[in-house]
Ligand binder design. Structure first.
Ligand code: F55
Length: 839
């Protein structure tokens, strides 16, 4: 019973227009009101941040009505709900996106203008929540946007890190990390919900004891309890009334001060306990594609997963849905294995805390979870040392052992007398130190297992999860990633949108396949002219930006050749560098050589502990120092490292790109999503047959894509027959010269030691086969340069890339998830005045 029992029925009360109205006059009034009553400022003394906050609250008020209507509808209908569990949500700035999705960007722009303020400047003011590393976290954010846009009841569950991904500075060409204090100016988009706090147990031991009926039961006696406090952020769909919730958990000590240790006089001990608890949600681990096996990381995982599952049982109780129907009420999507301890945690909750039998609990669990794998790299597959796992989660380890025993019985039944298979498939790796294999646990405990691009899913089935594919072929399926066109087109590329609007309207924002209509204009010279004009204007903005932030002069007529993504050897930013050096060497050999002017832009962070990735950043800056200054180059080549790549920054960069570098070693990049963002904004891809590149090529056509490099099969075959990078180096004079220039110290003030580790890697084992792919890459780049000189051909390719990107909307991905295995339908939200209780 939510409403008080009273003889007087509750009256409907109209919420003040100032909190809901969308007219320019109302927006201005509401803005002034928020500046005064929330920021406590009058315009003359208000800072830009005060203005930003006042506007953010004005927008939030308008979201709240939709949010509460949505929550009320879901509660009333006890709607089936997707719980998207992810250790990362890389949301990006919220204000602009909410203006777009509310459909009031132009009104607010006008309102601000009339108040003498510049909306662009206010948007710039927002500190983005960098609660993710890269692709995986950004995918989660795109999916929340699509879920809300498609009106699917959903909740995002994660961690409210106090410090998100570090801020990147460059000092003397090296990456330097600075802590990210995204909360320091306050976060207007979140609402704390302390009344829904939950407790999470950690450590201790288990005991078997008889209950009051004489039945034996396992009791877990933890040695630590932490409290999780939910912070909710509304996620509004594009031009719908649906506003779903992102619920992030902050860790706190159970009782701040008055616990046992304090009573016994151990004041500092008590304060220490508080710090230990709060550490759990303190900082995001800054590694992408590598799992570190750190204790605090496991604590983060069980913390947010346990909070979220208990939250789900609370929601069910509130809607009078019995726990037996857990799998009907919720589907839980696991964003990689980071939340996969949810599987034993749900078992524990159902068995230990709700007295279900094992079979009952397992039946529910197996129907609840679905697992998305994001990587084939062995170093990124999570494994927890048994000792560490058992110390923190003794009960969960027992449950995992039991799951494993029953699972191995199943395997034995299906594949009799195959001892090696049992060893390979066991949830416990016993080859040396014993580990829990989280990907295997996720496979056994889920009804669906998906990869994130067709090639990736195929390789999962053939390779990393082959045994599981043979065991459970019906569980495997592909869901090619997608990106939201709202943020990565409508918000970030207004010039392109205006041009599209004039030709094909706006339907494409909700149905990206509508972009196909552009194909009808590709032969129209006037349209092509407008297209080029548009690109030129966007590039000019970036030229100005680079000038003001780095002092480097960039030629607006040069080709903008961009590689922006996390730094990793498999992504091969250094292959790109070898191309730059090759062009430079050609100029040095013949200063009058005809060369297509290019600006090489790089952006991205390296994991702080990843030495080789940091050395590649240093190499880019070192090569830039030489190339950018050499008078022989005559400004035909420029190399710019754009520091601190983020969602906010990405939105500026993608629209300006002409060439998109997607050159990972075939078979290594699960999907990639930057590749989609570039192409959707009219860049042409130079890429390998890896991840979603394969599907982009298929969609845009081979004549609109620059393909290079070995295929996955060729990579495997070459490895098998014995790969000798040195041979490629010896045989190719351009490659040899490029490497020699690095090795000799030419780019390091004569110091041959600086880049030696990199050179040794490349000529030694060259794990990612740069040497093998060099020639193909360079020749393809030469074709790119040729193509760029044919302005009409290039423009046509650019238009056709945009026209044929429909498949890569995250709306398509989410629709596929819904139809294939979430089995969940849209719920329409009526916008009515919210009912408020009054005396
Ligand atoms: C973060 C932490 C750990 Cl322990 C492991 C991996 C990561 C991480 O950030 N992974 C990641 O971003 N993976 C990427 O996921 C994208 C979305 O599916 C893919 O497009 C991309 O290929 C993949 O590398």
């Amino acid at each position: 019973q939510i409403l008080p029992n009273s003889s007087e029925p509750l009256k409907e009360v109209r919420v003040e227009d100032d909190r809901t109205g969308l007219s320019i006059e109302t927006l201005k009034r509401a803005f002034a009101d928020n500046l005064f009553y929330i920021q406590g400022k009058f315009p003359e003394i208000a800072s830009r941040n005060d203005f930003y906050m006042a506007l953010a609250y004005t927008v939030r008020d308008r979201l709240l009505r939709r949010w509460l209507n949505t929550a009320e509808t879901y509660t009333r209908n006890a709607s089936r709900t997707v719980a998207y569990m992810s250790a990362e949500f890389l949301m990006g700035p919220q204000l602009g996106n909410n203006l777009i999705n509310l459909g009031i960007y132009d009104q607010v722009n006008q309102a601000m203008k009339e108040l003498g303020l510049d909306l662009e400047e206010l948007l710039e003011e927002e500190e983005e929540p960098g609660l993710g590393n890269g692709g995986l976290g950004r995918l989660a954010a795109c999916y929340l946007d699509s879920l809300a846009t498609l009106e699917i009841p959903s909740l995002g569950y994660g961690i409210r890190y106090e410090f998100g991904i570090f801020e990147q500075d460059i000092k003397d060409g090296w990456q330097v990390e600075i802590t990210d204090k995204w909360l320091s100016a306050g976060n207007p988009w979140e609402l704390p919900r302390p009344e829904w706090s939950v407790e999470v147990k950690l450590g201790g031991h288990t005991e078997m004891r008889a209950d009051e009926h004489g039945h034996f039961k396992v009791y877990w006696l933890p040695d630590k309890i932490v409290k999780g406090i939910p912070y909710d952020t509304p996620i509004l769909g594009y031009k719908t009334n649906t506003a779903n919730t992102l619920r992030l958990w902050k860790a706190e000590a159970v009782e701040s001060f008055d616990f046992y240790a304090f009573d016994s006089g151990d004041y500092l001990g008590a304060v220490h306990q508080k710090t230990v608890s709060e550490n759990i949600s303190k900082v995001l681990y800054p590694n992408d594609n590598s799992a570190q096996g750190k204790e605090l990381r496991l604590a983060q995982q069980i913390f947010f997963v346990s909070c979220s599952l208990k939250d789900m049982t609370r929601i069910m109780a509130g809607q009078n849905v019995p726990l037996e129907q857990f799998a009907d009420k919720f589907v839980i999507q696991l964003n990689d294995t980071h939340p996969s301890v949810a599987i034993p945690e749900l078992m524990r909750l159902l068995i230990d805390e709700h007295n279900m039998t094992w079979d009952q609990a397992w039946g529910i669990t197996k129907k609840t979870f679905a697992y998305t794998n994001h990587t084939l790299l062995p170093e990124a597959l999570e494994r927890w040392p048994i000792s560490l796992f058992g110390r923190m989660l003794p009960r969960h380890l027992e449950i995992i052992y039991e799951i494993n025993n029953r699972f191995l019985d199943e395997v034995r039944m299906k594949f009799p007398d195959d001892v090696d298979r049992l060893r390979r498939m066991s949830l416990i790796d016993e080859s040396g130190e014993r580990y829990v294999r989280m990907a295997f646990l996720a496979c056994v405990g889920s009804y669906s297992i998906n990869g994130v691009a067709a090639l990736h899913t195929e390789l999962l089935q053939k390779d990393v999860l082959h045994d599981f594919y043979e065991m459970y072929p019906e569980k495997f399926n592909n869901k090619t990633n997608g990106i939201t066109p709202r943020r990565f087109m409508v918000l970030s590329n207004p010039r392109l949108c205006k041009l599209l609007h004039s030709k094909i309207g706006d339907e494409w924002v909700k149905n990206l396949y509508e972009l196909r209509k552009l194909e009808g204009f590709v032969d129209d010279p006037e349209f092509r002219h407008q297209w080029r004009q548009m690109k030129q204007e966007i590039k000019q903005d970036v030229v100005d930006y680079i000038k003001s932030t780095t002092g480097i002069n960039v030629n607006v007529n040069s080709m903008f050749d961009i590689q922006a993504k996390r730094f990793h050897e498999y992504k091969r930013q250094h292959l790109n560098v070898l191309h730059i050096i090759t062009l430079y060497n050609r100029i040095k050999a013949n200063p009058n050589i005809e060369i297509t002017p290019r600006t090489f832009l790089f952006g991205g962070k390296a994991a702080p502990g990843y030495y080789m990735a940091k050395l590649i950043i240093k190499l880019i800056n070192s090569v830039g120092d030489i190339v950018n200054r050499d008078p022989d180059v005559r400004d035909r080549l420029k190399v710019v490292f754009l520091k601190d790549f983020s969602v906010k920054f990405a939105q500026k960069i993608y629209p300006a790109a002409e060439l998109s570098e997607q050159i990972s070693t075939a078979g290594k990049e699960a999907s990639g999503t930057g590749n989609m963002k570039f192409a959707l904004n009219g860049a042409i891809t130079i890429g390998t047959l890896d991840g979603a590149n394969v599907e982009i090529l298929e969609e845009v056509g081979a004549e609109n894509f620059f393909l290079c490099g070995l295929t996955t099969e060729e990579v495997y075959a070459l490895k098998a027959k014995g790969y000798k990078p040195w041979e490629y180096y010896k045989k190719d004079p351009e490659l040899k010269l490029a490497i020699d220039r690095i090795a000799s110290g030419f780019f390091s003030h004569g110091d041959p030691n600086l880049f030696k580790p990199l050179v040794d890697h490349l000529l030694g084992n060259d794990q990612y086969m740069l040497m093998a792919d060099y020639r193909s890459y360079i020749d393809t780049q030469d074709e790119v340069s040729q193509a760029y000189r044919d302005i009409d051909r290039w423009t046509r390719m650019s238009i056709l890339n945009v026209a044929r990107m429909g498949k890569f909307s995250s709306d398509r991905s989410i629709r596929d998830y819904c139809e294939d295995f979430w089995k969940i339908q849209p719920v329409k939200i009526d916008l009515k005045q919210y009912v408020e209780a009054t005396a």
